[in-house]
Write a protein that binds this ligand. Sequence first.
Ligand code: FAD
Length: 382
Amino acid sequence: MKEVHYDVVVCGAGVAGVAAAVAAARRGAKTVLIEKQCLLGGLATSGLIYIYLPLCDGYGKQITFGLSEEMLKRCVEYGPFEVPARWGGPEGGNPGIAGTRYQCCFSPAGFTLTLDKMLAEAGVDLWLDTQIVNASAENDRITSVDAANLSGLTRILGKCFVDATGCALAAKLAGAEVLSEANFNTPWMMEMASDPSFFHFTDSLHIQDFGKHTKEFAVEPPYDGRKVTEFVRRGWQMMRARYDKLSREERVKNYPVHLPAMPQIRKIARIDACYTITESDVGKHFEHVIGTAANWYHPDAGWEAPYESLIPRKLDGLLAAGRCMGAEGYAWEIFRVIPAAAMTGEAAGIAASICAERGLLPRALPYEDLKKELHALVPDAR
Ligand SMILES: Cc1cc2nc3c(=O)[nH]c(=O)nc-3n(C[C@H](O)[C@H](O)[C@H](O)COP(=O)(O)OP(=O)(O)OC[C@H]3O[C@@H](n4cnc5c(N)ncnc54)[C@H](O)[C@@H]3O)c2cc1C
């Protein structure tokens, strides 16, 4: 099999993976980003999400910084929405349904175009339409991933890896334990309709929500290939049920435009981390903080992430970022969304590039050395 070598190998180009790759490449690491789709942004774009959730605590104070803020400001570039005026957007701009918190709406397709620009500016080597199908480990240290695309199979060796697959797949393929939780099926689609009922782009183009948060729509782990197929097809069934009730005349005005290209499962799998953030960690200060996430449900003191929440307990050479990091229950709800994915991705990318540069394993990287490079994420880091 053909072999290629990089300093940092980032698996998955969702928001977390893009942030990790940009952060690592900006530090000068030779960085590859591998993505199975031909879109960037993962669930945030191909899942037809369109709210960049808040960077503030809900009481008027910004608590998430760094690339997460940069992405929020740039995600509106190719779309009709603006950052709310009180957070730096233009007076009279259109914040969509974002309201007064430091959040905004975006066009999913437009966000992909922006993320691509960020990767190109940083000099990341991007491999689209390339699926990671295997990983190798020696003495519990990941050494390579195997990627399949039209060229065939390539072995990608790295000094340090970031798992940003949204489902801890790289860690799992390398032999690490992964954990999961129940989810509700709430599929969305982009719809053309005369009576917009959910998130508006224009008077007729909007996102339509089909699911219900009830036991009937709950899916229990473990998630396997079969269950994902069932989950997605159940969503399509709910969608058809809406249109099946309409007459042919009504269907001319009410019809699907675009479906999510990724399973809209909120919490598929996460690493078994050295530290798992839990509900009781709200407002807690960690000695090894890498950034803070905001509660997007309601105002609170904020959620710090310790460096150890990115490190698998039983696998070396890899950091997890985004929704497959170590957080459970309500805390996973806080950390699985876009701004937290960007924040943990950036921290993982910085840590991975330092480890690659110095020949260190992530768990052996002294926090004091990492902290010096976290100024953008943790403003009071010295
Ligand atoms: C219904 C629903 C509504 C939501 N609403 C919001 C919202 O309004 N605002 C918000 O901020 N968040 C929302 N979220 C959550 C949020 O969009 C995601 O959780 C977040 O974007 C996750 O980012 P990530 O980078 O961690 O993972 P992902 O987006 O899952 O990215 C992982 C990437 O890895 C790729 N990948 C996976 N396996 C492989 C492989 N084997 N080889 C190569 N590539 C691979 C995937 O294709 C994907 O691009 C919502 C989620 C759902 C399901």
